[in-house]
Design a protein around this ligand. Structure first.
Ligand SMILES: Nc1ncnc2c1ncn2[C@@H]1O[C@H](COP(=O)(O)OP(=O)(O)OP(=O)(O)O)[C@@H](O)[C@H]1O
Length: 392
């Protein structure tokens, strides 16, 4: 995988909440035990999603055995920081960050105590310059102990889990413990990946279900959680991972590639990105005294209006306090909340560009009025817009 350290698209320092708000979907890849293929699943899900044109982050917080650098051929890379932000490794539209990039030697993390681990995980999440992402795939520490618990809490609301298991594990309690762990944290379990489910004959390509073929399906039925796919044992996966190649570049068997494609299709199937962007509309209006402010740069509140464009009606309103105004922060914050339009009185060209880069359409020159009146006028195409009085 060809990589470089990305020093473009710098964002100003922000905290964990703001970094996470700019990421549409967070998928935590979990397993009840080590060695079942959790990192393999995390790396390949991230790579495949990025190959489908999505902006993806891959974060490895498996402190005791970070495998992502080896699997992505980035073991020799050391990360730089710019303006307090750690610059992730960039491979196309995939951004990779691993605890291993920050360690002087591999064993360093193993001796850290709980609070130190917590601080490092927080830094990796909040201080990495992820920018705007469609997906962040997180390779979690195995098990359901304190480390994964603390990490899941840091990532916060709205994350989903993918549980990786093997046919042997399906039969024991580890997977169920993982599911209980997710329930306790109110984490949605997006699906189960059954790994090493069968073996492919290298001579004829026939698939043998060494452990029987029903384990994953039965577990899915029993728990009501979708079986995303069953990946066979394929020596090409092991060899590819050791050479830093994802499954799709490892010469893996047809059955393996199909299984991986099935997992990605299912993950994307009901990804409702439209709720945050395409069909629905979310209009943000900077406020002062309940009306559109003429001083955008100083506004202390935004009305965020959900709109049904078909019926030209307002479906919800939420008033939000923005973070401190620093270049690039507001567009990122509003994008993270799924805002598609902003109605302002005046705005500088540079700020407009930043909003546009974040997929937010800017309407300038509106007059001080209530958010409801402005949005109704906008929807009926009667919004009066005059001069763009830029107030910086
Ligand atoms: N389906 C598969 N076929 C063949 N080899 C596989 C398969 N899945 C994973 N492996 C190999 O098994 C080993 C363990 O996989 P991996 O590191 O992904 O597991 P893990 O659950 O993340 O382990 P740990 O918790 O120790 O990090 C790796 O060498 C990997 O290449």
């Amino acid at each position: 995988m060809k990589t470089s350290c990305d020093d473009s698209n710098q964002l100003p320092p922000g905290d964990l909440e703001f970094s996470m708000a700019a990421i549409d979907k967070k998928i935590l890849v979990l397993s009840g035990k080590g060695g079942v293929g959790k990192s393999t699943a995390a790396v390949n899900i991230a790579v495949e999603l990025s190959r489908r044109g999505l902006n993806v982050g891959l974060l490895d917080i498996d402190l005791h055995g970070p495998s992502v650098p080896r699997m992505t051929d980035t073991s020799d890379v050391h990360c730089s920081t710019i303006k307090d932000k750690i610059v992730p490794i960039q491979a196309g539209n995939l951004k990779i960050m691993s605890i291993a990039y920050l360690l002087q030697d591999e064993k360093q993390a193993v001796i850290w105590r709980g609070p130190m681990k917590h601080t490092v995980i927080k830094q990796l999440l909040g201080n990495t310059d992820w920018g705007i992402l469609d997906y962040l795939i997180v390779d979690f520490p195995p098990g359901t102990g304190d480390e994964p618990l603390a990490a899941a809490e840091l990532i916060g609301d709205g994350a989903e889990a993918v549980v990786v298991t093997t046919p042997q594990q399906v039969a024991v309690g580890d997977v169920r413990r993982c599911i209980t762990f997710c329930e306790k944290l109110s984490l949605t379990v997006r699906g189960i990946v059954e790994n090493m489910s069968s073996a492919v004959c290298p001579a004829c390509g026939e698939v043998f279900n060494i452990y029987g073929s029903e384990g994953g399906r039965k577990l899915a039925e029993e728990t009501g959680i979708e079986l995303l796919g069953s990946i066979p044992i394929d020596p090409k996966i092991t060899a590819g991972a050791d050479e830093g190649r994802p499954i799709s570049e490892s010469g893996a068997d047809e059955a393996t590639l199909k299984a991986l494609a099935c997992i990605i299709d299912k993950l994307l199937k009901d990804t409702n990105k439209t709720t945050k962007g395409n069909d629905n509309m979310r209009i943000a209006i900077p406020l002062a005294d309940g009306k559109l402010t003429l001083h955008f740069g100083h506004c202390r509140q935004f009305a965020v209006m959900d709109v049904d464009p078909e019926n030209k009606s307002i479906t919800a309103r939420e008033d939000m306090v923005p973070p401190e105004h620093e270049p690039g922060v507001l567009p990122k914050w509003l994008h993270g909340m799924g805002v598609t339009h902003i109605i302002a009185a005046g705005m500088g060209q540079r700020a407009q560009q930043l909003f546009n880069q974040n997929g937010i359409e800017v309407i300038v020159g509106a007059e001080a009025d209530t958010p409801e009146n402005l949005v109704k006028a906008f929807l009926s195409e009667s919004l009066v817009t005059g001069q763009n009085i830029c107030d910086h």
